[in-house]
Design a binder for this molecule. Structure first.
Ligand code: SAM
Length: 215
């Protein structure tokens, strides 16, 4: 399975916004965030609440099927084409340096090897403005699937079951994620365990981070 195949089946499209995205709206408003990048936007569920509350949103994903689905969903719900979409990999973002006051990335950057995760974090840092926010969730070592599938490097497994079979997952704990973020120059404001709202309920075993580009 790859992301295009996964999203071709409409049953696999997450359409309700993540509650932690809804919770970020007030903070982003208070901090005068204007332009948000949804990195790994999937089928667009998290773009909608930001658009509806007046933010400018850009979005990217490695899957063209996801991007097409997100464009249609945004048009259907918000009646606008006013989102700039790019098909690109998290390791090579097609956005200029210092473009956004916030990058939001829900359950995305852990889909790769450790080096991909590190490159994605440095790309996020590059495209953020100074003082900009990173709202991130990643899969943690406490996730029920940790250790299952094919071990491809330390803490990284290619899942062999479920809808994301064949997709690599790099599992992190708090200290790994803290190291990855701080070595790229991020200051971590909040890090905590969280669950992600998906089809079928809450998927526990994730980490939530709110960090800032401060240096
Ligand atoms: C679990 S889904 C989450 C989608 C969305 N963030 C949400 O909360 O609904 C992971 C998303 O990451 C995207 N993705 C996976 N690897 C990627 C990469 N290397 N670069 C950019 N996007 C990637 C997938 O195509 C998919 O849309």
């Amino acid at each position: 399975m790859n992301w295009n195949e996964l999203f071709k089946d409409k049953e696999n499209r997450w359409l309700k916004p993540a509650p932690l995205v809804l919770d970020s709206i007030e903070l982003f408003k208070n901090k005068e965030v204007q332009h948000i990048l949804d990195l790994g936007c999937g089928c667009g569920r998290n773009i909608i609440p930001y658009l509806e509350t007046g933010f400018t949103v850009s979005a990217c994903d490695i899957s063209e099927v996801a991007i097409d689905a997100a464009k249609s969903y945004v048009l259907e719900v918000c009646n606008t084409n006013d989102v700039s979409f790019e098909k690109c990999c998290m390791t090579q973002l097609l956005f200029k340096d210092n473009s956004f006051e916030a990058v939001v990335s829900i359950s995305v950057i852990n889909h790769g090897l450790k080096n991909d995760v590190l490159k994605a974090i440095s790309e996020i840092y590059r495209v953020l403005k100074f003082g900009g926010f990173l709202l991130l969730t990643v899969i943690s070592k406490e996730h029920v699937t940790y250790g299952s599938g094919q071990l491809v490097e330390e803490d990284t497994f290619i899942t062999d079951k479920g809808i994301d079979a064949g997709i690599p997952h790099h599992f992190m704990d708090e200290s790994m994620l803290e190291n990855y973020l701080t070595q790229s120059g991020f200051y971590i404001e909040v890090m905590k365990k969280c669950g992600i709202k998906e089809i079928g309920g809450i998927n526990n075993g994730h980490l939530y981070v709110l960090a800032r580009k401060t240096s």
